[in-house]
Design a protein. Sequence first.
Length: 414
Amino acid sequence: MDNDDKKAKELLQRLLKNELPLHRLEDAADPKTAATARRLFMEKVTGQKLSGIGSSALEFDKVHGRNAENVIGAVQIPLGVAGPIKVNGEHARGEFYVPMATTEGALVASASRGMKGITQSGGASARLIGDAIARAPLFELDSIADSVRFIEWLEKNEQGIRQAADSATKYGRLKKIHPFVLGNNVWLRFSFDTGDAMGMNSATIASETASEYIEKNFKAARLVAVSGNMCSDKKESYVNELLGRGKSVVADALIPENVLKDVFKTTADRANNTNLKKNILGSSRAGSSKHNAHFANIVAAIFLATGQDAAQVVESSSGYTWTEVRGKGLYISVTMPSLEIGTVGGGTHLATQSEALSILGVQGVGKTPGINSKKFAEIIAASVLAGELNLLCALSARELGKAHTDLGRNKKKG
């Protein structure tokens, strides 16, 4: 028994005797040993062997205090690569293999077929049309008269607010302030440039500092919460779709008749009809603001692979798929107003996630601040475009069920 195992078993006995709480193990041992002791404790109290959870490539000292608490190991998700896909972006140019972590059979194959069709058609164009992460402090005042006076004061003192916000973060810069009034309540939706980081923590810290400046200099305003849900973080919202949050990005491609026939076994008319009646009409009838086929599938798989905040798949997968018949070809575009990503921060520093980002050539901080995250956004948008193209074509050719039977149900091939 090595010293680490001996220490872990000593900690286990202290846990079983209630001498030490789970969350204090790192005070008594290094993070790896603490995680081992916690896992052994969970095996004792549940009666279940957790050897799979204990088999991990994580460097626990890099996780502790940064990514998770009460760590017992890791959950492993199969990682595939889709592609290559040719991207003709402003920041992403060339062919890319896209890492996707998923347990859904047929997803990587589906994305790959869409990427094949787009690449054979000359590639996907991709452009950012907005780039700012938002945080929206909520202030209460005594009356609507005070609310109006508050808005007037904000317009005259924006420079001071901006300086206060920018002083609190190394890379974040306040770009815009959008006020929203409801009676005596005023939300200030701050939008920040945060470079290659997704930037939610920087935006929060900067918003807190700016709010302190506001309370000090406009006594009638009282901060209720630094996040008042007009941000809007990890929730579906129209404000994000209208004003954008994170990267607002668009991608499109023109798929000629021969590619539709040879790769997708369908026609432009059939694929376009499926999009209009499924994504547009069907979503509207269902009361959904997500007018797309499955943005979330592609976004979630790339997020899990590259260390993004998984909960932000909610707003990052909102958006619109548009198609038109052009001659006998199909024009297709995707618009993603609220893609919240980063190439630094969060889980991007972990070994496997960092390697996945390196496959795309976007790991870490770019030569110019923000360049890697912009490139990443264009690659994601192009990948989402491929997913939408393939699914619409598969549905119009009645191939969806067959694909899942062949690839997602462990069917043995004879």
